[in-house]
Design a protein around this ligand. Sequence first.
Ligand code: FES
Length: 183
Amino acid sequence: MPDLIINNEVFEAEVGETIMDVARRNGAHIGFTCSRRGICTFCECKVEEGAELLNPITGNEKSRLSAERLENGSRLSCRAVFKAKKGTVRVTSRSEEVKQQFIGIFKAPTIQDKNDNLGALLGSVKQASKDYITMYPYVIKGIASGKAGLDTVNPFKDLNNLVQDSKRVFLRQIGLNRSKHSK
Ligand code: FES
């Protein structure tokens, strides 16, 4: 059984599961709003170890993540599937990165450090927005060619699921709910 380390926490994975499957089963901090349909890109994570244990980068990821991000190890958690029976995959989620940058603003000891952390956070948000907008034409193209449904332009289709799952992840993050859950 392979291990998956998400933001420094170790979880067990099964062959055929996606990184997102493992994250949601365990309440790990990986964002999503489109419920694994490969649209929102909020589930992006950086694979720091064990990329070879996962399926190759999919066409969907190529159309939603810039070449630069893919080269740096980024994957969509809802598209990265475990293929190997053993080994360790280590990832850091983009949502965790942003969270740490946000916390860093308040924890920084000096004004200069706070400003630096704020700059890093704004840089991340700007980059994410740019990536999102520049890759969106591929979604439109998919719809025009009939390869994707019209609902793919709505990244918030599964909002109820998002709210419920975010609540569980938040409670777990602050230590009020250590239980595992599935979905
Ligand atoms: S949950 Fe993966 S792209 Fe939306």
